[in-house]
Design a protein. Structure first.
Length: 297
């Protein structure tokens, strides 16, 4: 069940979606849409007509596009699950847009400016998709991958548990219990004030730069199975640390990093094109005080 927030968002989106659908001149309002063949997943094949509102046609592709305008949690739902609600909101939106057009609100300066902004964003997206199409070659990706792994070299990591308390005396008391054979995880659950207490103080794997210096120095000085023999002080309090394991984390493989590297290449291509466009353009910018504003090159 979608929350009220999602329903409100769907309605707002549907109004926009409905306003963007133009009536088909050749459509017969009385004609019933053909029954399409079912596709895997329960959705029909092609782009069938799903509603006709005073001659304005709504197709399955419009509903699919509308779903992509919903909050992320609603986008993840199967379309069939929210289809009736979403289509109903789109019908409402189409009617509201039609009522606004009858009052010529689409011709007001405010609406015209906003339509121009929406049109610009759609054209920007289409232009970027066009320049990226076929631009990301395997050679580019491999070169970018080499830069990527240079920024993510092999990293020494430890897997540790810790117990955080307020005073040095408390920490020393815990160390004394460990010296007598007490279980570290049990002591963490009993005494630690850190959120990790519930999991026995488990912090998982981390690198030196992931922790404050004093904590990292103490943890990386230990071997698996060893714990700190003296309390470790940080800005958070007093710690007792147990190292469970050590490893060297290797950088991701090309296949593992391909998606991120692809985004890097796409960003570089777009930035280069924007720089080229700026170089050929005459640009004047002004500050809030009306004075000329120097822009970054």
């Amino acid at each position: 069940m979608l929350s009220r927030f999602l329903l409100a968002a769907a309605l707002a989106m549907a109004c926009t979606a409905g306003a963007a659908v133009l009536p088909a001149a050749a459509a017969d309002p009385a004609a019933a849409p053909p029954k399409p063949a079912a596709a895997p997943g329960g959705l029909p094949q092609g782009d069938p007509l799903v509603a006709r509102v005073n001659g304005v046609e709504l197709h399955l592709s419009d509903v699919e596009a509308a779903q992509q305008s919903l909050p992320p949690e609603a986008q993840k739902l199967p379309l069939a699950q929210i289809y009736p609600m979403l289509l109903d909101r789109m019908i409402d939106g189409t009617l509201v847009a039609e009522a606004g057009r009858k009052e010529h609100l689409d011709q007001t300066p405010q609406v015209q400016r906003r339509l121009k902004m929406i049109e610009d964003r759609l054209i920007q997206q289409a232009y970027i998709e066009q320049i990226l199409k076929g631009a990301e070659t395997d050679d580019q990706l491999k070169v970018a991958y080499q830069k990527f792994v240079q920024q993510k070299p092999a990293q020494e990591q430890v897997h540790a548990r810790h117990i955080l308390v307020k005073t040095e005396a408390e920490a020393q008391s815990i160390i004394d219990q460990l010296n007598k054979g007490a279980d570290f995880a049990a002591l963490a659950k009993k005494y630690s004030t850190d959120p990790a207490a519930a999991s026995g103080g488990d912090l998982g794997y981390f690198g030196r730069d992931d922790m404050v210096p004093a904590f990292a120095a103490a943890a990386f000085a230990l071997q698996p199975g060893q714990y700190t023999k003296t309390p470790v002080k940080t800005e958070f309090g007093w710690h007792v640390i147990l190292v469970v394991d050590r490893r060297v984390k290797q950088p991701p493989t090309f296949d593992e990093a391909r998606a991120e590297v692809g985004r890097m290449v796409a960003r570089d291509i777009v930035e280069a094109k924007v720089k080229e466009l700026r170089g050929d353009a005459k640009i004047e910018a002004f500050g809030l005080d009306g004075k000329p504003l120097a822009l970054a090159k």
